[in-house]
Design a protein around this ligand. Structure first.
Ligand SMILES: Nc1nc2c(ncn2[C@@H]2O[C@H](COP(=O)(O)OP(=O)(O)OP(=O)(O)O)[C@@H](O)[C@H]2O)c(=O)[nH]1
Ligand SMILES: [Mg+2]
Length: 657
């Protein structure tokens, strides 16, 4: 990349962070740029690229954080994002972040980067854990063999990371001369000859990718190579597969692994004291155990319920809503409005039944904020401890039934944070079928944090029987719909391959920053929509539309679901934001407008109800308008149907909760 002068600073280079999932790329990104991006202890935290700037002695670097990859031969959408950025930024310098505990896998990528001929520096991260475990490789020898710097780092403690930027000023490509046997080498040579002379990454690397059957390069090929050449390339590839009769990608991988094992064998390890199995790792193993895993899961759920449902939605909400808002803020605002703006309209607008302060702010700050705050905090602990991938192992067998594998539990659990974000995270799933199934289940049955908290709070008020009914029904519906969807939606499932990171004590710093970042995001995202929703209700009320809304929705809300007509308002704004709708129900229940059965029916319906606007937009973005429309058309009647069925069944059985 050319050198551009920017003020007195010199724009030196673009640096792309590349590496396996969960090795600490985002932590390194944070220490280099000072920008926080989400960091968690499971693979697949980052699914999109983030750019930031780093300065070193008057030189400015553009740093790019990427999703973790197992190979630069992309198997999933997030892996493709990383490979494509390498293609799109020719001349960029690469900083590969390795996991010192797992150099075998890290070096798979190093080989591919060497073949691409990109300038490279290695950060051998997690040196602390590798040293503790006695598996830290001797890096001087590695540097010598590969011909590039390999810096030991402990990114979370900023150790070694200050050495990276100076080394990135003038890096050179690594040397990793892996040979793949005569036949494949001949095909590589044939393929290379057909490629254009100037390619964004090395011709040899591209030739190997194409021979391994990388279809995701098709758009690039179509742009840069004449059609005749592409046909010739296909011929080379077909001939090779026919001749060797073996999977080329498999052969290539085997050759690379053999090369790596030889290399690692010559390196040797740093001396380290032997240590017994730690308590944390023993717990980590039990959490995946088919027998002990279950009580651990139940204990985790119970703690989450106590913390979010009882402490957050009960204690904190009471404190803020009944204490702060009802006793102080709303009366004070009413008093001030009376003095300052004597028009009844203004008074109504601010502190009336659909007022900005009495409804929008008090829902957002007093009901939803304490709930999402406690949720995000508890969720952060789960993320950073490394428990989530173990849960994935536990549920793998069940998830196979719904056409996915255990990995799908990650987006589903993230959905409990925010369905919109989780829909993006479905990219870590390998096949389109899995992505569509999980997207559907997220939109249908996974309540987001704010909604979940409000729901837990309401259910806690009704009692354990209703809570358990709600939970069982929801889990049952998710699996039933998943099971049916897996039958209907064509396509393949993929094998379950998921890295299990070590159990770690969450770092309070990361936990705090992450929770604050999410709360800030929540406030920025939610409050404007709360205000908009309140405005819609306020205007609808002014223009006398609310009775009309209640009337048109009467056959559904009153007849089918047996709920008070006012519930229609909650459903309406629930589309704007799920949690807002739930908060509407919450305040109705608190005011004693709903019977226990009605609470349950309305909660089930609103949980299943159509996804919020933001979620819908992301579904359109990821899967197109048709899929999104199909989902909404299925979900909406389905939600009402289930709600009505629960109501009739409970009445028929005489259960009142
Ligand atoms: N002990 C230790 N933990 C680390 C170190 N660097 C990162 N971590 C932890 O490793 C986990 C993963 O870090 P991330 O930065 O999210 O990893 P990533 O490579 O960006 O992961 P993906 O985005 O999923 O590809 C987090 O729990 C970090 O706190 C380190 O040097 N030592
Ligand atoms: Mg990351």
């Amino acid at each position: 990349m050319s050198t551009v002068t920017k003020g007195r600073e010199v724009q030196a280079a673009t640096v792309i962070l590349v590496g396996n999932p969960n090795v600490g790329k985002s932590v390194v990104f944070g220490t280099l740029t000072g920008r926080y991006v989400n960091v968690s202890n499971y693979p697949g935290t980052t699914v999109e690229i983030t750019r930031g700037e780093a300065r070193d002695r008057g030189t400015v670097y553009e740093i790019i954080d990427t999703p973790g990859v197992y190979s630069l031969l992309p198997m999933s959408e997030d892996e493709r994002v990383t490979r494509d950025i390498l293609m799109r930024e020719p001349g960029a310098h690469i900083l590969q972040v390795c996991d010192a505990k797992n150099m075998r896998r890290s070096l798979m990528i190093t080989i591919q980067l060497a073949e691409m001929g990109v300038p490279l520096v290695l950060a051998v991260n997690m040196a602390d854990e590798a040293r503790n475990g006695g598996v830290m490789p001797r890096l001087e020898l590695l540097e010598e063999q590969l011909g590039v710097p390999a810096v030991p780092t402990v990114a979370v403690r900023k150790q070694g990371t200050d050495r990276l930027l100076p080394l990135l000023e003038r890096p050179s490509p690594a040397v990793a001369p892996v040979r793949y046997g005569e036949r494949i080498e001949a095909a590589i040579a044939g393929m290379e000859a057909l490629l254009p002379r100037e390619t964004p990454v090395g011709g040899r690397a591209l030739a190997i990718m194409l021979l391994c059957g990388d279809d995701s390069l098709a758009p690039w090929l179509a742009e840069s190579v004449p059609a005749q050449r592409i046909r010739e390339m296909n011929a080379v590839r077909n001939r090779l597969t026919e001749e060797s009769g073996e999977d080329v990608a498999y052969r290539v991988n085997q050759a690379r692994l053999a090369w790596i094992d030889r290399l690692l064998g010559t390196l040797g390890r740093e001396e380290a004291p032997e240590k017994g199995v730690e308590f944390a790792q023993r717990f980590g193993r039990l959490a995946m155990d088919p027998v002990y895993g279950l009580p651990i899961l139940l204990a985790v759920l119970f703690l989450a319920y106590e913390f979010v449902g009882v402490f957050g939605a009960g204690f904190l909400v009471d404190l803020l809503e009944s204490g702060l808002f009802e006793k102080w803020i709303v009366p004070a605002a009413a008093w001030a409005v009376d003095r300052l703006v004597p028009w009844p309209l203004a008074r109504d607008f601010l502190v009336g039944p659909y007022g900005m302060i009495s409804m929008a702010l008090s829902y957002a700050i007093a009901i939803v904020l304490p709930i999402v705050g406690t949720f995000f905090f508890g969720f952060g602990i789960l993320e950073d401890s490394g428990y989530l991938p173990r849960l994935a192992v536990m549920v793998d067998r069940i998830f196979k039934r719904i056409g996915c594998n255990g990995k799908a539990v990650l987006p589903m659990i993230l959905g409990l944070g925010c369905d919109t974000m989780a829909t993006l995270t479905t990219r870590i799933l390998e096949t389109r079928r899995e992505r569509i199934i999980v997207t559907l289940l997220l939109a249908l049955g996974v309540p987001c944090s704010a909604q979940l908290g409000v729901i837990l709070g309401m259910l806690a008020g009704v009692g354990p029987a209703a809570t358990i009914t709600w939970l069982l029904l929801l889990v049952g519906i998710i699996f039933l719909v998943g099971f049916l969807a897996a039958k209907v939606i064509p396509g393949e499932s993929s094998d379950f391959i998921l890295e299990i990171p070590p159990i770690r004590w969450p770092k309070p710093g990361n936990l705090l920053v992450k929770t604050m970042a999410r709360i800030e995001w929540y406030l920025r995202e939610a409050v404007p929509l709360f205000i908009l929703g309140t405005l819609i209700l306020f205007l609808a009320d002014r223009f006398g539309l609310l009775p009309w809304l209640q009337k048109v929705s009467e056959p559904l809300v009153v007849k089918a679901l047996d709920l008070p007509p006012k519930t229609a308002e909650a459903f309406l704004i629930g589309f704007l934001r799920r949690d807002y709708g739930a908060a509407g129900l919450f305040s109705m229940a608190k005011a004693g407008l709903l019977t226990n059965l009605q609470v349950l029916v309305s909660l089930i319906t609103i949980t299943l109800f159509i996804p919020c606007l933001a979620n819908l937009l992301v579904i359109v973005k990821e899967h197109g308008g048709k899929v999104a429309a199909g989902m909404v058309l299925f979900i909406f009647p389905f939600a009402v149907l289930v709600g009505a069925a629960v109501n009739s069944a409970a009445r028929w059985l005489g259960v009142r909760f």
